[in-house]
Write a protein that binds this ligand. Structure first.
Ligand SMILES: *[C@@H]1O[C@H](CO)[C@@H](O)[C@H](O)[C@H]1NC(C)=O
Ligand SMILES: *[C@@H]1O[C@H](CO)[C@@H](O)[C@H](O)[C@H]1NC(C)=O
Ligand SMILES: *[C@@H]1O[C@H](CO)[C@@H](O)[C@H](O)[C@H]1NC(C)=O
Ligand SMILES: *[C@@H]1O[C@H](CO)[C@@H](O)[C@H](O)[C@H]1NC(C)=O
Ligand SMILES: *[C@@H]1O[C@H](CO)[C@@H](O)[C@H](O)[C@H]1NC(C)=O
Ligand SMILES: *[C@@H]1O[C@H](CO)[C@@H](O)[C@H](O)[C@H]1NC(C)=O
Ligand SMILES: *[C@@H]1O[C@H](CO)[C@@H](O)[C@H](O)[C@H]1NC(C)=O
Length: 482
């Protein structure tokens, strides 16, 4: 019995693992190099702001015991002339820094036999080499997780200079401080890095895997499996399902496998599957985004009025009134069908439409009802880290189901009216609803540069570089926009 359950569990687990991703992200060596450059700059800034606890110690100088306290330790300058980052296949990422140097100053107090003194200490460290490897994996909740795997350190030299109301003895003693500082660095630097990576991991765990798109939909960016690390890139497989807000029932279809192109000239490649777009269409449908009501206000704004229907309604009471606004209720009756082809993305909306006139005495008059299928092509653009879809009406089919006015001879008038209404009013209203766009990257202060979209059968690939803007620059940007 237990064995059977174990088997079932294994099958279930392997099924879970075999799920195809809806979105794929690839970071190339070029992306890693950019990340390293930005990363080292940030590390430099962080190190310069770092505060350290004071410490005390004892050294014996032949028979004399010297007690000392080092306090107010601060790093004045750091230099990382040689850094590199590389992918370690199957494991993670290696970062190394060679020939690094730092100047540290601190206050010292010393107490040796009959001598007492205090002053400032300057420590110059040079020829520092650090190489760290950290593992990247997926945690149980689908977050990216990082773990220090290996840290190697070697320190070229440590030079200590004491100043203060000093006499020769202190300069002499400074030589004795070099060894404990060396030891302390040796012991603590890797520990410190390990701690920093743990903090980064905790930060990653706090990152929301579910991202709100707008009032209709959310997208699940959780990792499906641990990142696959290759020599030239790292691949992340993300769930990439779009849900209506508040209901995370998976759609009744599965992602199909697809592959990213073998290119490395952009920093990031992002694969968007047909599944992602289909789940988005379903989510927006379920959330009612394709139920469109053209109110009197909208009809007036867009000059959607009975003058467009004048032949159609010529024998009715409407003809006596001046042009009245035409109200429209469009209800999608199926989730819009999305298909991605090599050269375009097509979205077909199937639904019914009800048409009314808003009479001057504030009542509405029903005009007609029909079934509608509108074929649109989706224009995909990327603006501010977001994939924005806007629809363009290609053609539509209409069949009149019911009319208060009797079926008109002039079917083309109705079609002309609908064509106008769809192009000028309904599609812009849908585009406005979709206009918030799908967030592609969730990195603070980072923008995409030169993104390009390539459509393929069943998926599309976005290739892009990224640009990091330090905080103050972004503040400026915000001000110039407001
Ligand atoms: C890091 O990954 C390597 C290779 O997969 C593995 O052998 C090692 O145990 C991992 N290290 C940690 C700390 O998980
Ligand atoms: C979520 O959506 C599914 C599919 O449309 C539906 O069957 C289910 O009842 C919904 N759940 C909630 C809590 O609304
Ligand atoms: C869309 O409109 C139809 C008709 O009014 C309604 O039955 C359906 O529930 C609506 N869908 C949503 C998701 O609001
Ligand atoms: C009715 O629509 C026509 C054509 O769109 C427009 O020229 C006219 O100004 C509109 N009339 C009113 C009263 O909105
Ligand atoms: C509003 O006007 C229409 C046409 O002029 C008329 O048939 C209808 O009875 C009026 N309704 C009310 C409540 O006055
Ligand atoms: C109109 O659409 C409804 C719902 O999709 C469908 O049941 C009906 O058969 C359609 N009628 C015609 C005449 O196409
Ligand atoms: C697609 O959208 C962009 C930006 O809104 C626009 O410049 C371009 O003309 C559109 N393309 C088509 C075919 O409508």
């Amino acid at each position: 019995m237990l064995k059977t359950w174990y088997f079932v569990l294994l099958c279930w687990l392997s099924l879970q693992l075999e799920a195809n991703p809806g979105l794929k992200v690839r970071i190339t060596q070029k992306g890693l190099d950019y990340g390293r450059r930005i990363g080292m700059e940030l590390v430099k800034q962080a190190v310069l702001k770092e505060t350290f606890p004071s410490w005390s110690g004892q050294e014996s100088l032949s028979v004399v015991k010297v007690n000392y306290v080092i306090s107010r330790l601060r790093i004045n300058a750091v230099d990382f002339p040689e850094t590199s980052a590389s992918f370690i296949p199957g494991t993670g990422i290696c970062l190394s820094v060679a020939r690094a140097s730092a100047t540290i100053s601190a206050d010292w107090r010393m107490n040796a036999w009959l001598l007492k003194g205090k002053g400032e200490i300057t420590v110059s460290i040079s020829g520092l080499f650090i190489s760290i490897i950290f593992n990247v994996s997926r945690d149980s909740t689908g977050h990216l997780s990082t773990l220090l795997h290996n840290c190697q350190l070697s320190i070229g030299s440590v030079k200590v200079k004491l100043s203060g109301r000093s006499s020769w003895i202190y300069s002499f003693l400074s030589g004795y401080l070099e060894k404990p500082i060396h030891t302390k660095l040796d012991k603590n630097l890797c520990l410190n890095i390990k701690y920093k990576i743990q903090m980064m991991d905790a930060q990653l765990k706090k990152h929301k895997v579910l991202s709100q798109i707008d009032t209709f939909a959310q997208v699940d960016y959780s990792l499906l499996s641990s990142p696959a690390v290759f020599k030239s890139h790292i691949n992340l497989d993300l769930k990439g399902t779009v849900y209506p807000v508040g209901n995370h029932t998976d759609p009744p279809f599965m992602p199909a496998p697809f592959a990213l192109p073998n290119q490395g000239d952009s920093m990031i490649y992002l694969g968007v599957s047909n599944y992602f777009l289909k789940s988005a269409s379903l989510a927006y449908y379920r959330a009612g985004a394709f139920n469109i009501t053209i109110s009197e206000e909208l009809a007036t704004t867009f000059s959607l009025n009975t003058s467009l229907l004048k032949y159609f309604v010529s024998e009715t009471s409407l003809s006596q009134a001046a042009a009245c606004p035409v109200l429209l209720n469009l209800m999608a009756t199926l989730p819009p069908a999305v298909s991605l082809n090599a050269d375009r993305c097509v979205l077909q909306i199937t639904g019914s439409v009800e048409v009314f006139a808003a009479l001057p005495n504030s009542t509405t008059q029903y005009i007609f009802t029909g079934n509608l299928t509108a074929s649109t092509t989706a224009n995909l653009t990327i603006t501010k880290q977001k994939l924005i879809i806007s629809l363009l009406l290609k053609r539509f089919q209409f069949s009149l189901l019911h009319s208060n006015l009797g079926f008109p001879e002039q079917k083309s008038v109705v079609e002309n009216f609908l064509s106008y209404a769809l192009r000028r009013v309904v599609i812009p209203v849908i585009n406005d609803k979709l206009g918030k766009g799908f967030p592609l990257l969730n990195l603070a202060h980072t923008s995409l540069t030169g993104p390009a979209i390539k459509m393929n059968q069943g998926h599309l690939v976005i290739s892009t570089d990224v640009h990091y803007q330090p905080v103050d620059r972004e503040d400026e940007d915000l001000h110039s926009h407001s």
